[in-house]
Write a protein that binds this ligand. Structure first.
Ligand code: RB5
Length: 149
């Protein structure tokens, strides 16, 4: 199950992402927003992040105007590695090297066509847990242990 959420600035792209997930038969849970009324992106970044760290969802997708605010908010939840991706290569690397558990997209940055290619790369990539990438992500977790009280 994929957790998905956006603010008003990411609503249209969220609809397109959901359509893509549906067409692939991938289960998702939509944490809002559900209207185009102006809302605060941290609320939706937090909701998706909490669904991922609780284990309710295996990964997440967050979308705002730039992908920045909502990813910064999600990254404040311990255990989250949210990565803003603006091309498919970044999405592939975010999964393979950084074991990112949330993909962040910016509706005002990427068009729907590019966003679908980014999503495809994200869905088709896995973490390379053996060797240097595993130990580097472990170091990220050590930083969390030090600063997340
Ligand atoms: C909302 O106008 C906009 O600030 C938001 O979607 C996002 O881009 C923030 O990082």
């Amino acid at each position: 199950m994929i957790a998905i959420g956006s603010d008003h600035g990411g609503m249209s792209l969220k609809v397109a992402v959901i359509e893509c997930l549906k067409s692939k038969g991938i289960k998702y849970k939509d944490f809002g927003a559900f209207t185009t009324e102006s809302v605060d992106y941290p609320d939706y970044g937090q909701a998706v992040a909490e669904a991922v760290v609780s284990g309710e969802c295996q990964s997440g997708i967050v979308i705002c105007g730039t992908g920045l605010g909502i990813s910064i908010a999600a990254n404040k939840v311990k255990g989250i590695r949210a990565a803003v991706c603006t091309d498919p290569f970044m999405a592939k690397m975010a999964r393979q090297h950084n074991n990112a558990n949330i993909l962040a997209l910016g509706e005002r940055v990427v068009g729907v066509g590019l966003a679908m290619e980014i999503l495809e790369a994200w869905l088709n990539s896995d973490f390379e847990s053996e060797g240097r990438h595993g130990s580097r992500v472990d170091k990220i977790k050590e930083i969390e242990k030090k600063y997340f009280k």
